[in-house]
Design a protein around this ligand. Structure first.
Ligand code: SF4
Ligand code: SF4
Length: 292
């Protein structure tokens, strides 16, 4: 059973956050159509998926598709969630207009980003996230605040909730942070590469076990077949990562690299970027690596 599919409704976003794992911005493309969502949900049902999360990018940019997708997913028996940066919550009245239709669709979780990356962190200011949270809770929606700290030495040393250095965070946020010797980065700390319980799926068909690592394309092979036939031993990127983390991935493919990195994901992303041309089928889509 697959616990959850994170449906990347669109890669387009109103923001261009330094920590974005998918390199989203107003220029990134790739949005699901309703027919594509139906095809995906039919496949998800075959493999007993429990949750469908509508994410991005910013899913509210394609509000009609979002509402229709949520409705279809609900009618098919999935639990549903959404993640948003709440750019649309410019006032209480506006937020009510956007959220009322959602409150009638049995959405289980509304994830709202609120942290120093998305807003200025001024506690006296009514940010869109705070307005959205207030209105959503009044409408009976369960809100989950999505928050990460700006990277700091304390955070890296493990005293605070920490950011994971993938995607744009590698380019923008790793400077001047403490680093570890590359040989010690010998495991994947954040993903179950053998029996994945969550997958990110985009409109290009990429089924991503971690951001930018594809286990196949669902527009070429049905999702249920890809998931059922997935074998980590046959995946040229996941297997080295499973056996020895980014350190083994670098060694296996003889990738030239630095001596130290901030964390496993930082090292992993750098090595994968170097392998993009050799493993384009497995390292997709390219835009998740900052290649537009
Ligand atoms: S982190 Fe979220 S809000 Fe920021 S650019 Fe990425 S998708 Fe958009
Ligand atoms: S080590 Fe690589 S595969 Fe594992 S979570 Fe980090 S980026 Fe993903």
């Amino acid at each position: 059973m697959l616990y959850g599919i994170h449906l990347i409704l669109t890669y387009t976003c109103t923001r261009e956050c330094d920590h974005c794992w998918f390199y989203c911005s107003s220029k990134t493309e790739g949005t699901f159509t309703i027919n594509q969502i139906i095809e995906l949900l039919n496949e998800a049902r075959k493999i007993e998926t429990e949750w469908i999360y509508f994410e991005g990018g910013e899913p509210f940019l394609y509000y009609t598709i979002l509402l229709e997708g949520l409705k279809i997913a609900r009618d098919m028996g999935f639990k549903t969630g959404i993640a948003t940066n709440s750019y649309w919550a410019t006032s209480i009245e506006e937020a009510k207009r956007w959220l009322k239709p959602l409150s009638m669709l049995n959405v289980s979780i509304l994830g709202i980003s609120e942290d120093p990356f998305h807003f200025d962190g001024n506690s006296s200011k009514n940010t869109p996230a705070r307005i959205a949270t207030f209105v959503a809770e009044n409408l009976g929606l369960k809100v989950l605040t999505l928050s990460v700290n700006k990277p700091s030495i304390e955070e890296i040393m493990g005293h605070e909730r920490r950011l994971v250095f993938k995607g744009r965070a590698v380019e923008k946020l790793t400077e001047n942070l403490p680093r570890k010797f590359w040989k010690d980065l010998d495991r994947c700390p954040n993903r179950d590469l053998v029996n994945p319980k969550k997958l990110h799926v985009d409109s290009f068909g990429n089924i991503q076990i971690c951001q930018g690592i594809s286990i196949g394309n669902m527009w070429k092979t049905p999702l249920s077949n890809l998931v059922e036939n997935y074998d980590v031993k046959l995946h040229p990127i996941c297997y080295p990562l499973l056996k020895g983390g980014p350190a083994l991935l670098a060694k296996r493919y003889n990738v030239h690299h630095d001596n130290e990195y901030v964390d496993e994901c930082h090292f992993c992303t750098i090595i994968r970027k170097a392998l993009l041309d050799d493993f384009s089928e497995y390292l997709a889509p390219r835009q998740v690596y900052g290649n537009r």
